[in-house]
Design a protein around this ligand. Structure first.
Ligand SMILES: [Zn+2]
Ligand SMILES: [Zn+2]
Ligand SMILES: [Zn+2]
Length: 765
């Protein structure tokens, strides 16, 4: 008997938990191919019995029609033994399944499911509709393999109809773990001053009434609670601020559709693509028509997103508002509230109503935030829709756990050549946030079956992430003694080297680069506060090639909150005691005794640590222009300065370079001259930004001349500044440099853990 030709197809990437096997089954059946498909620990293996042309066609269809959330990294085709197969089968997960550690991020509800909500009898108005192409994933998973009993759906018993769909391989809901309907799934419960409503249509009409009246509602979302109100109602927005503890940060808004959004903000093609992607992040846009004054207090940018839960769509069908505020349900710096009880106990009396549901959120995730810079989506906050999708590295990072920074913390776990970044955790100094950190670390290590052999932390002795590393090493070394034949090793990494390495890891760079790390604060080798750093480095080592000149920070952390102190520091440095005669506008509302005090702190070197921080430099200029003298939220002053830039201005100020220390003496002198001559603020803001770009390009040229390095890596929170980022990249590219910037992880401290991991991978040998 003659056996037919056969081929195996090995697909790697995110192909598990996204309905990939049933998709292959349906496609193969449609194409009348015999064979099988199975999950392997390193992807999906398919065997088909067919001629080469048929297999080629199969693969191209497979690429075209793959489930939305699947991401195919590689397809390997091999000739194989024929088996005389009859029909097409999905092999049951075998012993490999214990090693399968792919978990899909949560996926926005798909259009087919939205249709089902209108026409499918058992899902009419069912707000937890989902299928293999959409719905919650990471937020509901407790353990692997990704099967219903390992999710928080376990308490809901599938009804007969859902079970039929779940077991029918030709159905869109085949093995969709959270499958549910009106008869068997989770339900919403609206709670308002003792009144409880469970009927969806009534809930929606109550929500509408309350929103129109300016009410504020705590709504349980995918990864935690949101606080919701009418974005156009200034009074409600102000009240929302006071509930969140006078948080001055801009609030993110949800718009019903892109058309409405375009009436309020400028949206380019790439931005629209991000807004519409299944990940549905908040996208930072240029505001055109303000919705309400208190939303962003004149910042000029708008954080916008589109509906992603069925409830959001139902709400906008009912409510005729251009946008709603949908901000994280937390108080000041605490983590997002995830459970009904806590929401009630923390928010009762503050909000007007609650919208609960009865499924548990196991992994807490905020909305993700991105900004389009230089035509590409850049992460600002990496969470829902992105986590825990692994990042593919060129490095073997097996067994490395990196603890991240302190602010905007994310940690990172390594497995093989993949880095699993945690969701955005936040500021570890907050007690609840630190608890969230330890809990999330446990979840990750358990889910991804990771037993770290190396723990990496920042060099800062007082970071809580450093303390976590120290304790972890102490605790686990004692515990695993004998079993693992050795201790867990602890590696410490300099903050700005980690920033640069995060970007190098993303772009798979491994040689010597010129690294420009501009940010707020990082612990330096000399114990000073670094932040305007120019490194010549590879992944293992770095030298500090140049840096912004040190200036005193009068009051230490107080100077971070009060940019006007930094302005005084730079001005004193420039003019000495003469500075008083200029009658600066920004000092007019400050008390003379306060000014005197700050000046004497600077002069006498009292509680004035030295810093080379780029953040403090931007703070100082923002204060000097009287745009922002007090930072009411992280990086407010630099953001206000950026918002003022006139992009047509190409001139810049002078600066000094002495022994590779960059001084801004001339810069401040010329800014003051410009102020005296009433030069417009947008022009001054642009000239200042261009000055920093000039510093970068001149140093890059110098390094290239001296050492032949042509690759420039830009990282650090300051590069979230769109104007600075784009202008730097453009000027460098004009000089034929290769320029690299963070894309997949934040350029801010949220990306540090990836850099720590890459450095440790190199250093551990
Ligand atoms: Zn769906
Ligand atoms: Zn059902
Ligand atoms: Zn940093």
């Amino acid at each position: 008997m003659e056996t037919a030709n056969a081929y195996t197809i090995h697909i790697k990437g995110l192909v598990q938990g996204v309905g990939f096997r049933p998709f292959i089954f349906r496609l193969a059946t449609e194409e009348r191919l015999n064979g099988w498909v199975e999950n392997r620990n390193d992807g999906v293996m398919i065997k088909v019995q067919a001629e080469y042309e048929e297999v080629e066609r199969f693969i191209s269809l497979l690429r075209d029609r793959a489930p939305l959330a699947a991401s195919i990294r590689s397809i390997q085709l091999m000739k194989s033994e024929g088996e005389d197969l009859d029909g097409f089968y999905i092999h049951k997960s075998n012993d490999h399944s214990e090693q399968i550690t792919q978990i899909s991020p949560d996926i926005a509800v798909c259009s087919d499911c939205l249709k089902d909500m209108k026409f499918q009898p058992h899902r009419i108005h069912y707000p937890f509709v989902n299928c293999t192409n959409c719905g919650p994933r990471f937020t509901i998973i407790r353990d692997l393999p990704y099967d219903r009993p390992n999710t928080t759906m376990d308490r809901f018993k599938m009804c007969g109809r859902c079970r039929e769909e779940y077991t029918d391989v030709n159905n869109r809901r085949f093995h969709a773990q959270p499958v549910a309907c009106n008869y068997c799934g989770p339900e919403y419960e609206y709670y308002q001053q003792g009144r409880v409503i469970r009927e969806m249509e009534k809930i929606l009409s109550e929500l509408k009434k309350l929103l129109y009246k300016g009410g504020i509602i705590a709504v349980k979302g995918v990864g935690g609670f949101h606080l919701m109100c009418d974005a156009g109602n200034d009074q409600s927005v102000r009240r929302l601020r006071s509930i969140k503890n006078r948080d001055q940060k801009p609030f993110a808004c949800m718009f019903p559709d892109i058309k409405t959004l375009k009436e309020y903000a400028h949206v380019n093609e790439v931005e629209e693509e991000s807004l519409n992607s299944w990940r549905r992040p908040i996208v930072l846009l240029k505001e055109e028509t303000p919705l309400s004054q208190s939303l962003n207090n004149g910042l000029g940018t708008l954080g916008a997103m589109l509906p992603y839960m069925p409830l959001h769509y139902m709400l906008f069908d009912e409510v005729d508002l251009p946008a709603i505020v949908l901000t994280s349900g937390n108080i000041s710096d605490e983590p997002l509230i995830v459970d009904n009880k806590t929401a009630y106990s923390r928010l009762n009396g503050l909000v007007d109503a609650f919208l609960f549901y009865n499924r548990e959120i196991y992994n807490r995730v905020d909305d993700s935030v991105v900004r389009i810079i230089d035509g590409k989506e850049r992460m600002i906050r990496r969470a829902r829709g992105y986590v825990p999708e692994p990042l593919q590295l060129d490095l073997d990072v097996e067994g490395i756990f990196s603890t991240g920074a302190e602010l905007k913390n994310c940690f990172c776990t390594g497995k093989g050549h993949e880095a699993m970044m945690s969701q955005h955790i936040g500021d570890l100094k907050n007690y609840e946030t630190y608890n969230f950190y330890t809990e999330a670390a446990e979840h990750f290590m358990h889910l991804f079956r990771i037993e770290p052999a190396y723990v990496v932390s920042d060099m800062h002795p007082d970071y809580l992430s450093t303390k976590f590393a120290r304790n972890f090493v102490a605790r686990n070394s004692a515990y695993t003694q004998g079993q693992r034949n050795g201790k867990i090793k602890w590696i410490q990494v300099q903050h700005h080297h980690a920033h640069i390495a995060s970007c190098m890891a993303e772009h798979q760079l491994d040689g010597k680069v010129f690294g420009v790390a501009l940010d707020g604060t990082g612990y330096g080798d000399d114990g000073k506060i670094w932040g305007g750093e120019f490194l010549v480095c590879d992944l293992a080592e770095y030298t500090r090639y140049a840096h912004f000149d040190y200036v005193p920070m009068p009051g230490g952390d107080k100077a971070v909150e009060s940019p006007w102190r930094m302005a005084l520091s730079f001005l004193y440095h420039t003019f000495g005691d003469d500075l008083q005669q200029y009658g600066f506008e920004f000092l007019k509302n400050k008390k003379p005794e306060d000014i005197k005090l700050i000046l004497s702190m600077i002069k006498k070197n009292i509680n004035s640590p030295l810093t080379s921080s780029a953040g403090r430099l931007f703070d100082a200029v923002s204060a000097l222009l009287n745009l922002c003298t007090e930072n009411r939220f992280d990086a407010e002053a630099p953001m206000r300065l950026e918002a003022f830039v006139d992009p047509q201005t190409e001139s810049h100020y002078d600066f000094e370079m002495r022994e590779n220390r960059i001084g801004f003496f001339s810069t401040f002198k010329q800014i003051v001259d410009d102020l005296k001559q009433n030069t417009s603020l947008p022009v001054i803001a642009a000239r200042f930004h261009n000055t920093v770009v000039c510093v970068i390009t001149s140093l890059a040229r110098q390094v290239r001349e001296e050492q032949g390095i042509n690759q420039v890596v830009l990282s650090g929170g300051t590069f979230q500044n769109k104007y600075l980022s784009e202008t730097t990249a453009r000027w460098l590219k004009d000089l034929n440099f290769e320029v690299y910037q963070n894309k997949l992880v934040p350029a801010n401290d949220g990306g540090i853990a990836l850099g720590q991991m890459a450095i440790a991978a190199k250093k551990r040998r």
